[in-house]
Design a protein. Structure first.
Length: 319
């Protein structure tokens, strides 16, 4: 008999999730001896959202340290997506300009064969999973999100980078018709396209996923449709949205916020309560929907799974 063994990082949602969301957005996997079966209602819902249901498996584990999921409304109404606006609450109202039809991802650099990935084909190629992760913003707020996606490591293996590749670099789509703020030239505007990067060994960690949805439906435009990176132990700006290009390189990429202000934002951006932002403390965080702050966890609570990646490093300098 085959059983799924819960990973140390897995966290399950608390049963206080609203009934409306439970009925309309969620289902739980029935864990059996050798099969994982989603209910008919979620299959119907997901079919409407164009996610490949046959590849989707929902995991409900028995972790005693349950975290409370933020609501769908909270997750989709509080967004940093400067390509639309710097106003977090307005992103959802302006994101309609993003057209995700026929989405392509260019792949180049130190790779056996440069190619262009078709998003629709990509999500059919890899089995999708639900990953319930903490999400911590460098601004001091946090949430708990049920992402849908696949491990980045599987994509990297499929792409076959050369042994000389030490980093993976991502770019958000550059299109100022879809992203109005990309056309801004005023003082203080970000230099687009938005860029992020990881070391290859970081990218190969099983926690890192390419997310294509949340709460059982396709990724909302304001959250980074159709595909974004999720690196749960790092501050949220590392989890780049609306990815249109992936490059393999032997040089450390200069990520957007590090380029904009290297004194405040480094390459690694690991969640570290002992290293404050120059303008505010990172020792505590406020979960969206809660009044009182809670202590920030080292590596956002994923220390057991990722601390080995930074052994011997001075995390105050390599921030």
């Amino acid at each position: 008999m085959n059983f799924i063994k819960r990973k140390t990082w897995q966290i399950s949602e608390n049963e206080v999730t609203s009934k409306e969301l439970f009925d309309n957005r969620r289902t739980f996997l029935k864990l059996g001896a050798a099969s994982l079966v989603a209910s008919g209602s979620i299959i119907e819902a997901l079919a409407k959202e164009q996610l490949p249901v046959q590849n989707l498996k929902f995991i409900k584990d028995n972790n005693p340290n349950n975290l409370v999921l933020n609501t769908y409304e909270q997750i989709t109404s509080h967004n940093n997506f400067y390509e639309f606006t710097t106003n977090q609450s307005r992103v959802k109202d302006l994101a309609y300009t993003l057209n995700t039809n026929n989405w392509k991802i260019e792949v180049d650099g130190l790779i056996e064969k440069p190619l262009t990935l078709d998003f629709d084909d990509l999500v059919k190629k890899f089995a999708l999973e639900e990953r319930i992760y903490r999400f911590r913003c460098v601004e001091g707020w946090s949430m708990v999100v049920p992402w849908i996606g696949f491990e980045l490591s599987k994509l990297i293996k499929y792409l076959k980078p050369l042994s000389s590749a030490k980093y993976i670099r991502f770019e958000t789509l550059y299109d100022d018709d879809m992203f109005p703020d990309q056309a801004r030239t005023v003082f203080g505007a970000i230099d687009y396209p938005y860029v992020e990067g990881l070391r290859i060994d970081e990218a190969m960690n099983e926690l890192v996923i390419m997310a294509v949805g949340l709460y059982g439906s396709s990724m909302p435009k304001q959250n980074g449709a159709p595909i974004r990176l999720i690196v749960p132990w790092k501050y949220g700006f590392k989890s780049i949205k609306s990815i249109a290009k992936i490059s393999f390189t032997n040089e450390q990429p200069l990520n957007t916020w590090q380029k904009e202000n290297p004194k405040e934002y480094g390459f690694y951006a690991n969640v570290n309560p002992k290293v404050d932002h120059p303008r505010w403390s990172q020792a505590k965080e406020r979960v969206l929907g809660k009044f009182l702050k809670q202590n920030t966890l080292m590596f956002n609570g994923y220390e057991k799974e990722v601390a080995y990646l930074y052994k011997g490093m001075d995390l105050r300098k390599e921030f």
